[in-house]
Unconditional design. Sequence first.
Length: 201
Amino acid sequence: MSVFKKFWDDVSSLWSLIVGLKVTGKNFADKNVTLHYPRETVTSGQLEGFRGPLELIGKPKDPAKPKCIACMMCVTACPSKCITVVKAKAPKPTEAELQAMKEAEERGEKVKKPKAPKEPAKFLYDFSLCSLCGSCVENCPAKALRYSSNVYLTVTDRKELKMDLLARLGAQAEAAAVETVVENPKNVEAEPVEKEAGTES
Ligand code: SF4
Ligand code: SF4
């Protein structure tokens, strides 16, 4: 080996070492991006951009009811076929309503039959098939879907990844209501006190 080649090899090795140390030093000084779970837990500020399993968004006035209008756009847009939506059916008319409709028909009046509400009767989601591509979220005209921030989801059976999103929305609304009461007990409406007989003015 010539002296020049040996010198060049030494310079190259030294340069590689400097570059490696630079990368190590930069990452050493950078902000830590991992957590020492379970001693540390993720804060909401660290969840920006995180995509957890899908969840339905509730109506502002009734958080247990979804904003979903059962339009089926998400079902069509999903490339993995992981969403199943069953539209709600029109309510069955009561005997009295049927009789009234029959009489109206006989009188030659236009009869309005009960319409199906624009809401899902079932909303099932298979997280085991979902690639979190976002096509369903982007195509939802009612802005009724979003990614959850559930970073701690664990299951022991694949079947547990098949989710009933309507049931989950109901449970979330209930939990949020309990949380509000715990945080601000004054929000709890006072139980109506029954008036004793004979005290009414
Ligand atoms: S995120 Fe993509 S794969 Fe997952 S349910 Fe939506 S459309 Fe389907
Ligand atoms: S979640 Fe959105 S896109 Fe899917 S059925 Fe409901 S309204 Fe339509």
